[in-house]
Write a new protein. Sequence first.
Length: 135
Amino acid sequence: MRNSFMLEIITPEKIFFSGDVEEMIINASSGEVEIMHHTLPMVTNIAPGLISIVQNGRKMEAVCSDGFMRVGDSVTSVLVKGCKWPYEISEKDAGSEIKILNERIKNVQSVGEYKTLKAKLAMAIAQLKVLHRKD
């Protein structure tokens, strides 16, 4: 496929996505990043949020947790703790998780625990956003 690049999204449990794509938009810690064919090589942190992938002209969205991305000459690899397609998300479960995490954050005991809970909260909020997204 011309003007495409190989994208791999990998979680500890599985290869979430692998294939040639024309474009990917993902949340880096510094803001939204668009990756296309011939993007300069880089390594960056990934922030929890939406990831948009265009494959064969078709746009797909998912929700990813925090992690890292490496853009290479031939392959872009996204390594994250978790990633879900919208059909894998339960609005009720995400809403419940947000309530629980907000309560746990109030009683946090360490900076590490606070950062972990905030990352989980961002992932749960992103799940609700992808369910309510209108294009």
